[in-house]
Design a protein around this ligand. Structure first.
Ligand code: NAD
Length: 350
């Protein structure tokens, strides 16, 4: 039996994943849904942001769909018990090293971007960010006090060839089913890891993906090009740190944070972790104001990449586009629909 693990999490997480659940029950009632507490709510009820049973279930299911975790009420909790620690622990247990973040501008929303509509209309970029290595994980790290009383903070940016190759393979394979172009972004002009990144991507391309177009771009230039001429990009391949920044920048091109899905994938056949890119939005939680489309489009990605129902993913993405074209808008998109009413609009379009 195919199983989806639903991890609603905190803040608006339960509200938006509830709409995704309704959609899945309509689209594919044969897929079983298991729901578990995760993040801050799990810490409150189970004493840990990620229970062992939840982690084991995530490894056994076909895909996990998460809402969001975190909130100001857990700011004072020990770092290893914070909601974010649960998320990092889950990503690492699932071995999801490739983060796919599409930046897609729905035609009906071209006017919602802060950029001119003619710059973003038809935009369709896929950012592939390395997710389990680099400066967020490298050792040594920490803050120490020196003999003279000054404090010193250290983070270490580190990558090896295996880490670079496996995420690059994901990017090249994706490009083959899109517009066949990969732009690899690093800082090879000033960083050793950037230099290695460029060498490894170049060699892999020559060995296995010579049919795919490859260009290298310094990450700072990519940040500029994303606002100047975003449609030049098809697949952007980059490391954890630069991917964090470039994908948030690309998100803004498309209008609202509430619209955007993401996938985190590991080796072929292993379950993927899917989540909207937004956080728990404590400022609007519990009020029915959240846009559920990021969560619903994350479900579409899960249907495509893990649940082996690509045609249902197409159907769902078309239904979201149709709902938007029909004028469905939550408040972040300038409308008045509640979270559940936006879910209704997608179900009606289905
Ligand atoms: P956020 O994404 O939660 O919110 C930023 C702004 O966007 C807020 O004004 C919010 O109301 C709005 N927004 C977000 N999602 C929306 C939606 N679906 N519909 C309408 N408006 C939406 O980011 P933040 O405020 O920086 O972080 C809040 C909390 O979320 C923090 O605790 C942070 O650590 C956590 N967070 C979690 C994740 C995750 O679970 N993957 C990601 C980012 C932030």
């Amino acid at each position: 039996m195919t199983t989806l693990l639903l991890l609603p999490g905190d803040g608006i997480g339960p509200e938006v994943t509830d709409q995704a659940r309704r959609v899945l029950e309509r689209l594919a009632p044969e897929i079983a849904i298991e729901t578990r507490a995760f993040g801050g709510i799990s810490y409150e009820t189970l004493g840990t942001p990620l229970a062992d049973e939840t982690r084991d279930l995530a490894l056994k299911c076909d895909a996990a769909l998460m809402g969001a975790v975190g909130g100001p009420q857990w700011a004072g909790v020990a770092r290893h018990l914070r909601p974010e620690a649960g998320l990092l622990g889950l990503r690492s247990a699932m071995g999801v090293f490739a983060n796919l973040r599409p930046a897609l501008c729905f035609p009906a929303l071209a006017d919602a971007s802060t950029l001119k509509p003619e710059v973003v209309r038809g935009l369709d970029i896929m950012i592939v960010r390395e997710l389990t290595g680099g400066v967020y994980f490298g050792q040594p790290r920490g803050i120490e006090t020196l003999a003279d009383g000054r404090r010193r903070g250290v983070d270490t940016q580190v990558y090896d060839t295996t880490e670079i190759e496996r995420v690059s393979r994901v990017a090249f394979n994706l490009a083959r089913n899109r517009r066949n172009k990969v732009t690899s972004c690093e800082k090879s002009n000033v960083m050793e890891t950037g230099l290695l990144w460029r060498e490894v991507v170049t060699a892999l391309h020559a060995r296995e993906f010579a049919d795919v177009g490859l260009e290298h771009m310094l990450a700072d230039n990519a940040a500029m090009q994303l606002v100047k001429n975003p449609r030049q990009f098809d697949v952007i391949l980059t490391d954890n740190l630069f991917g964090d920044l470039l994908s948030d920048e690309a998100a803004q091109l498309t209008g609202s944070l509430g619209m955007l899905p993401s996938a985190a994938l590991g080796v072929d056949g292993a379950p993927g972790l899917y989540e909207p890119i937004h956080g728990s939005a404590p400022d609007i939680a519990g009020q029915g104001l959240a846009n559920p489309l990021g969560a619903i489009l994350s479900l579409a990605m899960a249907l495509r990449w893990s649940l082996k129902r690509a045609s249902l993913a197409d159907t769902l993405e078309a239904a979201v586009a149709a709902a938007l074209t029909g004028g469905a808008r939550t408040r972040d998109l300038g409308g008045t629909l509640t979270t559940a009413q936006m879910g209704d609009a997608v179900l009606a379009a289905l």
